[in-house]
Design a protein around this ligand. Structure first.
Ligand SMILES: N[C@@H](CCC(=O)N[C@@H](CS)C(=O)NCC(=O)O)C(=O)O
Length: 242
């Protein structure tokens, strides 16, 4: 059983599993792992976390996921990775607060939006990398958000309607991080209210969700992590005493 939130590195001893206990291998600032953490929190699933130093990965972590990526779930002899797969698995196994729509058309539309979101993610990181100097990438970022602005307008407070669905949680981690763009690039607004009224309302609605509050970091912490990351020395343990 692991009690520390500090990240484990190469050469560290494998923290023993407790029979029956669900474990998440994570990195505190990873948006993909946050997807899984959001689903775990929303469904109030009991689990423990083992954080991994992604610059110096333990051998036992690579044995579990040969891709070397977080998130990974483990319970007894079961191992699952890839954020979308871990989230769907949790939604299948823990039936309370079902997040995936049962209506086939809605489910298909949500899968399409999730595919389209790949462009948002690519353009988001592209924008951060060149600090907004490449106006075309920033423009592409806004263009890739358009289908989400439109779809949100048809759906209600959340993409899931009155309540958040799986899609809401799959998208959220990058919206939590959008203020980084506005902060780091003077004059650039990541989500201008006049262009994206629906998405701005959605961000507000999501911020009041208990799962979001439970899993989020504030802007200064995100920026501190990113600054370490961009110099090649990420501090995975920011703010941790033990
Ligand atoms: N497709 C993966 C992406 C996960 C991912 O990129 N995780 C990053 C951290 S945010 C990672 O583990 N990086 C380690 C590496 O690239 O070596 C998923 O959806 O789970």
């Amino acid at each position: 059983m692991s009690t520390t939130q500090k990240s484990f590195s190469k050469g560290s001893e494998f923290p023993a599993l407790t029979p029956g206990k669900l474990r998440l291998y994570s990195m505190r600032f990873c948006p993909y792992a946050q997807r899984t953490r959001l689903v775990l929190a929303h469904k109030k699933i009991d689990f423990e976390t083992v954080n991994v130093n992604l610059k110096d990965k333990p051998e036992w972590f690579l044995e579990r996921n040969p891709l070397g990526l977080v998130p990974v779930l483990e319970q007894d002899d079961r191992v699952i990775y890839e954020s979308a797969i871990t989230c769907d698995y949790l939604d299948d196994i823990y039936q309370d607060n079902k997040l995936t729509p049962s209506e086939p058309y809605r489910r298909a539309r949500d899968s399409i939006l999730l595919q389209l979101f790949g462009k948002v993610v690519t353009n988001y990181y592209g924008t951060l990398r060149n600090k907004g100097e490449d106006k075309e990438v920033f423009q592409n970022f806004h263009t890739s958000l358009k289908p989400f602005e439109e779809e949100k307008g048809k759906r209600g407070a959340f993409f899931g309607g009155d309540q958040p669905s799986m899609l809401d949680f799959m998208l959220w981690p990058w919206f939590e991080r959008l203020p980084i763009i506005s902060k780091m690039m003077p004059g650039a607004e990541a989500l201008p209210a006049e262009k994206f009224p629906n998405l701005n309302a959605w961000v507000e609605a999501m911020l009041s969700q208990p799962a979001v509050k439970e899993t989020m970091f504030d802007l200064p912490t995100h920026i501190a992590f990113l600054q370490g990351y961009s110099t090649g020395k990420p501090n995975y343990d920011i703010g941790l005493n033990m």
